[in-house]
Design a protein. Structure first.
Length: 200
């Protein structure tokens, strides 16, 4: 299944059928606000479908290390957004910032602790004062059923964590972090850790 999900169109189909993409859209609506001219950097943008659910007036750039996903995004959504196949590192932070919002949807659980803290510090450096980092990842939680735990155990990401662990890592880079745990956002049973971190 993990290999099949590497194909952009099939990955998006799985995300929509399971309600995971809808969960992302709902969480963005519930926890983010966009100024009309906001600069938005989306790290791990995948095939780019999220731009259909964001204000058309924002300045959006999506990054992903998966070249086929970026090629797909450019073909489908290149008229209204910019997409680059690259890591988000110190160079990207300097070149693409300053930003008002950085999004990392389903990204943190793919990155080990040390590399994640380094990435989060790059994000902080790319944000305007008062800018916001928005994160969303599946998380382990007490009382999860067999299907939910199986989905988390078999995720392509190898660093699925508890919500408090995501919170601790965000706090290593940001002084102001709120963590929200939601478990009724998708069709399939799933628990989401939603982080909102603000730059000083």
């Amino acid at each position: 299944m993990k290999h099949v999900l590497e194909m952009p169109a099939l990955y998006q189909c799985y995300q929509e059928l399971g309600g995971f993409f809808g969960a992302r859209v709902t969480a963005i609506r519930d926890y983010l606000e966009f100024k009309p001219d906001a600069r938005v950097i989306d790290i791990g943008c995948g095939p780019g479908y999220i731009v259909r659910h964001l204000p058309e007036t924002i300045d959006y750039v999506g990054l992903d290390i998966d070249a086929p996903s970026i090629a797909f995004a450019r073909t489908r959504f290149g008229a209204r957004a910019r997409f680059e196949a690259r890591y988000f590192d110190a160079d990207a932070a300097r070149e693409l910032g300053p930003a008002d919002v950085v999004m990392m949807n389903g990204v943190m659980h793919h990155i080990g602790d040390d590399d994640l803290v380094a990435t989060l510090r790059h994000v902080r450096s790319a944000l305007n004062p008062g800018g916001v980092l928005f994160t969303l990842d599946g998380c382990y939680a007490p009382g999860q059923g067999r299907l939910e735990k199986w989905l988390l155990d078999n995720d392509r990401g190898e660093h699925v964590r508890r919500a408090d662990e995501y919170h601790r890592l965000l706090q290593a880079a940001f002084p102001d972090v709120a963590m929200h745990v939601r478990n009724k956002l998708s069709r399939l049973p799933y628990t989401f850790a939603i982080g909102v971190a603000k730059a000083a």
